[in-house]
Ligand binder design. Structure first.
Ligand SMILES: [Mn+2]
Length: 485
């Protein structure tokens, strides 16, 4: 509703501002009158709640219990302008999605404390476009332009939540009394309405709590993450099948191929795909993806499908573009594979979060010493972290609605935590020999390998959600050969 509201997010009354691009002329009185009537009633009744509705209700109950007597405000976020009247694709804020299951733009979840304890939860949503004032066809965000929205009554049935018109939210929050916390950085209008009621410290506490609320995934979330991994596996197969087209064009063919799978089966990619051929594999976040794809080199593909419910996979495979690892490529690949095996084995309930990183680093340090790239003993290398010249990054992170999920969790609940069933994390060791690294033999330079899987901690150990894709070198070669016929 960018064009129909002022900066505080409050709806303006008539007249609706017209698009400024001059694509349609001023409207005659007669046309305006004609456009008001002659439309069928499309209201839907008896809708089933969305699958995640009961899970979202349980999360709201935990939030309510943590902040008794306080008003909690969680915006979904607003559209962001790309240029003029063109917006970036909208993706609702993770906190809002987690607490509602809803994904609509401009929405706000409010938990209002009740005198008897607990909270009343209300989703403030954009309602159907008004036909009386012409908004539906004259406003750039009217339903005629962007598609039908759910009515508030439909929203209540789908979300299992009271729903109100979001254009009243700022005004109501401004008038509210008592302690308030808001998730910042999502809705300037809502924040302005609350400016004299909130503090940065208390809001940071809310954000941190909502991050920690996502540390342990429920059954619905694990099911969605499995779907994300399964779609991602199909996307990787798509890429292997078109490597000849990528060789004839660029890494962009790989990016586009994976994106097609993500858009057809899910909502989007969960993060910018890293389609790094040859020496680009040594650039950790290579997302320009505009380089050549050459036979004899490796392709490091780090990509994840985000489901329609917004859970994302985060998977990396490093593949020989011609289908066969060279002896040196395989030696480096096997070291990373062994490190990943050791890391995955360290993921189980009761283990420390840091254990899988240390297990993987131990293996990589041993190999680097064995190859003569580092002077031993291995204990000294690890103590001084000398292996990091080539291992570069941590071995994993929590995964969920965000690719780097739970990022605002406190140190004691995340990196210093003990793993419990329901946590989902990536295990992704790598070795990267930069093209200009004079400390390694020339033949190592420009080789980068990472293998990344998504692991859920179970009662008895762990399960690899992304094991639909092979990892072991021989199995990778066989899989590629089968796909390429
Ligand atoms: Mn990752």
């Amino acid at each position: 509703m960018a064009e129909a509201r002022d900066e505080q997010g409050v709806a303006k009354d008539k007249p609706i501002k017209q698009r400024k691009n001059g694509l349609y002329p001023a409207v005659s009185e007669e046309l305006a009158t004609v456009m008001k009537s002659g439309w069928a009633d499309t209201e839907r009744h008896g809708l089933e709640p969305i699958e995640q509705a009961p899970y979202a209700a349980a999360r709201r109950a935990a939030l309510s219990a943590r902040f008794p007597g306080e008003r909690i405000v969680v915006p979904a976020g607003r559209l962001r302008t790309r240029s003029n009247d063109t917006e970036y694709p909208f993706r609702a804020a993770t906190e809002y999605v987690h607490l509602t299951g809803d994904q609509t733009q401009d929405a706000v979840l409010v938990l209002e404390p009740l005198p008897a304890g607990g909270h009343q939860a209300t989703a403030y949503l954009l309602p159907r476009s008004d036909r009386e004032n012409g908004e539906f066809w004259l406003d750039g965000q009217g339903e005629l332009w962007v598609g039908r929205r759910n009515s508030l009554a439909e929203g209540e049935q789908l979300l299992g939540l009271a729903c109100k018109d979001v254009r009243r939210a700022a005004e109501e929050l401004r008038a509210a009394t008592g302690p308030v916390r808001v998730v910042r950085g999502l809705d300037a209008g809502i924040e302005a309405a609350l400016a004299d009621k909130v503090t940065a410290e208390r809001d940071a506490e809310l954000k941190s709590f909502l991050s920690e609320l996502r540390l342990v995934k429920d059954a619905y979330e694990i099911g969605e993450l499995q779907k994300a991994c399964d779609s991602t596996a199909r996307g990787f197969e798509d890429v292997v099948k078109v490597l000849d087209r990528a060789e004839a064009t660029s890494e962009r063919w790989i990016e586009g191929t994976f994106f097609l799978r993500a858009r057809v089966e899910g909502n989007d990619i969960g993060y910018g795909s890293i389609c790094a051929a040859g020496p680009h594999a040594t650039t950790l976040h290579w997302v320009r993806n505009d380089g050549p794809v050459r036979s004899g080199e490796l392709l490091l593909l780090d990509a994840g499908v985000e489901t329609t419910s917004l859970y994302t996979a985060d998977v990396t495979r490093t593949l020989p573009i011609n289908g066969r690892f060279s002896p040196l490529q395989r030696k480096i690949y096997d070291a990373v594979y062994d490190a990943q095996q050791a890391g995955i084995a360290a993921v189980k309930p009761g283990a420390g979060y840091r254990d899988f990183h240390e297990a993987a680093q131990q293996v990589l340090a041993e190999r680097l010493v064995e190859w003569g790239l580092l002077e031993g003993p291995v204990e000294r290398v690890l103590e001084l972290s000398l292996q990091r010249r080539w291992t570069l990054h941590g071995t994993g992170h929590m995964l969920g609605l965000d690719v780097h999920d739970c990022a605002q969790a406190r140190t004691e609940t995340y990196v210093d935590c003990t793993l419990v069933p329901g946590m989902v994390l990536t295990v992704e060791p790598g070795l990267y020999f930069q093209p200009d690294d004079l400390t390694v033999p020339a033949e190592y330079r420009g080789i980068g390998v990472r293998i990344e899987d998504d692991i859920v901690v179970t009662d008895s150990g762990a399960r690899n959600l992304s094991d639909g894709l092979p990892r072991q070198a021989d199995e990778v070669e066989e899989w590629m050969a089968a796909l390429r016929g």
